[in-house]
Design a protein around this ligand. Structure first.
Ligand SMILES: Cc1cc2nc3c(=O)[nH]c(=O)nc-3n(C[C@H](O)[C@H](O)[C@H](O)COP(=O)(O)OP(=O)(O)OC[C@H]3O[C@@H](n4cnc5c(N)ncnc54)[C@H](O)[C@@H]3O)c2cc1C
Ligand code: HEM
Ligand code: FES
Length: 558
C-alpha cells in the first residue's frame, strides 16, 4: 500500500469509527432514542466499547495470518475509540442516570456488582490511552510498553463479564463476545508458547568442533569468502537458518579469541558453509583470517546461532537493506529464498563505496536476471571518477522510495555499519515504517576486555548468600529459583543451570552477544571471554553465564 493510501485509509477509519457517536448524538438531539433514552445511550456506547476492543485485539492475529502488515496502522485509532466509547458510556451513566452523584454511583455499584467489573475494565484502559503516543513508546522502551499494553486483555475480559452479568435473560450475545475473545486470546497464548519453545529447540542445535577451510575466494580487495566443510567430507555437522551466524575461535598469539561471522551461504547447501570477512586494518581476527588462514587448515567453530532469520514464513515480501560487509546475512537470505523459488517479492537495496567494493556483484546480477521477484538496487557513496551509472549517494529516502514500492507495509531487514543503520532506521520511520517491522543485525566490534587477563576473574565477597557446605562439594546456588546444585569446574555455569532446569536466556554461547548476562551475588568466577560486558556491567558484578566457570561455591541471581 502506498503512503498516501495509508494516510487516506487511516483518515477513513478515524472518521468512520466516529459515525456511531455522531448518529447517537443526532438521535438524542431529535429525541429519537425511544422511551428510555438514557438507557439506550448507555447500552449503545457499552456495545460500541466492546466492539472496538474486539477489533483492536483482532489486528495482530489478522495481520500475522494474512501478512497484511498495514493493518497495524489502524490499531491505535481503534483502541482509542474503544476508550472514547467507554468514557462516554460511563459519563452518560454518571451524569444522566446518577445525576453526577458520586455517592449514588457508588451505592449503585455495591448493589449491581457488574458495575464494579465494568469500572475495572475502564480503569485498565486509562494507562493504555495515556501511553498511546510514539513519544511514550520511546520513553518507556518497547518491552515495558508492550507489557503494559497487555492491560487491553484485562479491559476486554472485564467488558465481557460485565455484559454477561447485566444481561437478564438472553445470554447468547455476551456468550458470542466471550467466544470471540477466547479465540483472540487463545491465538496469543499459542503463538507465545511457540516463541518460548524456540530457544529450547536451538539449544539442541548448537554444535562445536573443527571445520576445514575448503576454499578461499577474493570477493573485493578487502573482502574474502572462506568456505568450510566437515573435516572428513560429507554434510556439515549442524543445520542453520538463513541469517544466522557462527563463532570462530582461532588461537592468536597463544590465546583463543572468539568472533562471530554470519554464514553468508544458503542453508540449502548442506555440505558447506561460508563466511565473508572484511579485513580490518588493525583487526586481530579478520587480519588473521586474511593473512594466515590457508585452504586445508582447520578452525574451531560453534554454530549456528542468531535470531536475525528470514526463511519466507515471516512475511509475504521482504526488504533487505545492506551496507558494506553487512550484506552477508541478507545475501544468505536472498540465496536461500531464490534457491527455494520463494514467490514473494525480495527488495534488495545495497550501499557500498566504489564499484570495486560491491560484494557478490556478479551473483546479484545473475540472480536478478533469473528471478523477476528479486529487485536488487545498488547505491555508491564514492562513485565520482568511476564509470558507475547507477544510483549515487547513501541510503536515502529518495533511494528507498525509488527501489521499493509500498514500503511502510513491508518487513525490513537491515545490516551494515552502525551509522548507516541508524540513518536508515530514521529514514524508514520518516517514511512510515513501524518500528516493529524493522529488524537489525549489528556487527558490534568486540571490546578489548579479553586482552586483559586480570579482568577475567570476578569475585563478590558475600559468604552469607552461599549454599551451606553439606560435605558434598562446592555448590552453585540460584537465588531466585532457590535451587542449589553441585559445581563442575570444567563446565560453564550456563550448562550447569540448563541441567538443573534453571531457565537462562542465551544466544552465542561465546561471550559475545550478552544474552546470558546474570548478576553474581557471591563467590568467584573466571571467564575466558567477556566481550559482551561493559564497565557498567562489571561494576554491578554482572557475569556471562556461558563463559563463567567456578571451583568455589557461588550464588547467582537466577
Ligand atoms: C552477529 C555478527 C555477525 C558478524 N558477521 C560478520 C561478517 O559476516 N563479516 C565480517 O567481516 N564481520 C562480521 N562481524 C564482525 C566480526 O565479528 C568482527 O568484529 C570483525 O571482523 C572485526 O574483528 P577483528 O578481530 O578483526 O577486529 P578487532 O581486533 O576486534 O578490532 C575491531 C575494530 O577496532 C579496530 N582496532 C583494533 N585495534 C585497534 C587499535 N589498537 N586502535 C584503534 N582501532 C583498533 C579495528 O580496525 C577494527 O575496526 C559480525 C559481527 C557480529 C556481532
Ligand atoms: C471496559 C469497559 C466497559 C465495557 C466494555 C462495557 C460494556 C457494556 C455492554 C456491552 C453493555 C450492554 C449493552 C447492551 O445490552 O446492549 C453495558 C451495559 C451497561 N454498562 Fe457497561 N461497559 C464498560 C464499563 C462500564 C462502567 C465503568 C459502567 C459504570 C460504572 C458501566 C455501566 C453500565 C450500565 C449501567 C449498563 C446498562 C445496564 C442496564 O441498564 O441494562 N459500564 N456495558
Ligand atoms: S550467550 Fe552470548 S554472551 Fe553468553
Amino acid at each position: 500500500m502506498k503512503e498516501s493510501d495509508i494516510r487516506f485509509t487511516k483518515f477513513l477509519v478515524l472518521v468512520n469509527a466516529g459515525v456511531p457517536a455522531l448518529l447517537l448524538a443526532w438521535d438524542a438531539w431529535h429525541h429519537q432514542l425511544g422511551a428510555n433514552p438514557v438507557n439506550f445511550a448507555i447500552l449503545t456506547t457499552g456495545m460500541l466499547t466492546l466492539v472496538f476492543l474486539m477489533l483492536t485485539l483482532l489486528v495482530t492475529p489478522l495481520r500475522k495470518i494474512t501478512g497484511w502488515n498495514w493493518l497495524i496502522f489502524y490499531r491505535r485509532t481503534l483502541g482509542l475509540y474503544a476508550f472514547f466509547y467507554a468514557c462516554a458510556h460511563f459519563s452518560i451513566f454518571f451524569a444522566l442516570d446518577r445525576s453526577f452523584s458520586v455517592s449514588s454511583t457508588l451505592t449503585e455499584m455495591v448493589r449491581r456488582k457488574y458495575l464494579i467489573i465494568g469500572s475495572l475494565g475502564l480503569l485498565s484502559m486509562v494507562p493504555l490511552a495515556v501511553t498511546s503516543t510514539n513519544g511514550m513508546l520511546k520513553r518507556m522502551g518497547a518491552n515495558r510498553w508492550h507489557a503494559l499494553h497487555r492491560l487491553v486483555y484485562v479491559a476486554a475480559v472485564c467488558g465481557v463479564i460485565h455484559y454477561y452479568m447485566q444481561v437478564k435473560a438472553d445470554v447468547r450475545q455476551p456468550l458470542a463476545f466471550a467466544g470471540v475473545l477466547t479465540v483472540l486470546l487463545g491465538y496469543r497464548v499459542v503463538t507465545r508458547q511457540n516463541k518460548t519453545a524456540q530457544p529450547a529447540a536451538s539449544r539442541a542445535k548448537i554444535w562445536s568442533g573443527p571445520l576445514r577451510v575448503a576454499r578461499i575466494v577474493q570477493e573485493t580487495p578487502e573482502v574474502r569468502t572462506f568456505r568450510f566443510t566437515a573435516p572428513d567430507g560429507g554434510p556439515l555437522p549442524f543445520q542453520h537458518q538463513p541469517g544466522q551466524y557462527l563463532v570462530i575461535s582461532p588461537v592468536i598469539g597463544g590465546r583463543k579469541v572468539n568472533r562471530p561471522y554470519t554464514i553468508s551461504s544458503s542453508p540449502t547447501k548442506p555440505d558447506y558453509c561460508e563466511i565473508t570477512v572484511k579485513r580490518e586494518e588493525n583487526g586481530r581476527v579478520s587480519r588473521h583470517l586474511h593473512d594466515t588462514l590457508r585452504e586445508g587448515d582447520t578452525l574451531n567453530i560453534s554454530a549456528p546461532t542468531g535470531r536475525f532469520i528470514f526463511d519466507g514464513t515471516q512475511a509475504k515480501s521482504i526488504v533487505l537493506i545492506a551496507g558494506g560487509v553487512g550484506i552477508t546475512p541478507l545475501m544468505a537470505i536472498a540465496r536461500y529464498l531464490t534457491d527455494k523459488n520463494w514467490k514473494g517479492d525480495i527488495y534488495f537495496a545495497y550501499a557500498a563505496k566504489t564499484p570495486g567494493d560491491i560484494i557478490f556483484r556478479k551473483e546479484l546480477d545473475d540472480l536478478k536476471a533469473r528471478f523477476p521477484n528479486l529487485h536488487a538496487h545498488v547505491t555508491l557513496s564514492r562513485a565520482e571518477d568511476t564509470d558507475w551509472t547507477g544510483h549515487k549517494g547513501r541510503v536515502s529516502a529518495e533511494f528507498l522510495m525509488k527501489c521499493i514500492p509500498e514500503l511502510p507495509a513491508r518487513l525490513v531487514y537491515i545490516c551494515g555499519p552502525d551509522a548507516m543503520m541508524a540513518m536508515t532506521v530514521q529514514v524508514l520511520k520518516d517514511l512510515g515504517v513501524p518500528a516493529s517491522q524493522i529488524k537489525l543485525e549489528e556487527f558490534i566490534a568486540a571490546k578489548k576486555a579479553e586482552l586483559n587477563a586480570m579482568d577475567a576473574r570476578t569475585c563478590v565477597s558475600a559468604p552469607d548468600v552461599l549454599a551451606p557446605n553439606d560435605g558434598t562439594g562446592p555448590k552453585l546456588k540460584f537465588s531466585r529459583s532457590g535451587k542449589s546444585v553441585a559445581l563442575a569446574p570444567d563446565k560453564p555455569l550456563l550448562e550447569i543451570a540448563e541441567e538443573a532446569g534453571v531457565e537462562i536466556d542465551f544466544e552465542c554461547r561465546s561471550g559475545i552477544c550478552g544474552r546470558c548476562k546474570t548478576r553474581l551475588l557471591g563467590g568467584c568466577v573466571t571467564m575466558e571471554t567477556q566481550d559482551a560486558l561493559d564497565d557498567d556491567d562489571k561494576s554491578k558484578n554482572i557475569i556471562l553465564m556461558c563463559q563463567a566457570r567456578a571451583t568455589e561455591p557461588v550464588t547467582v541471581e537466577a
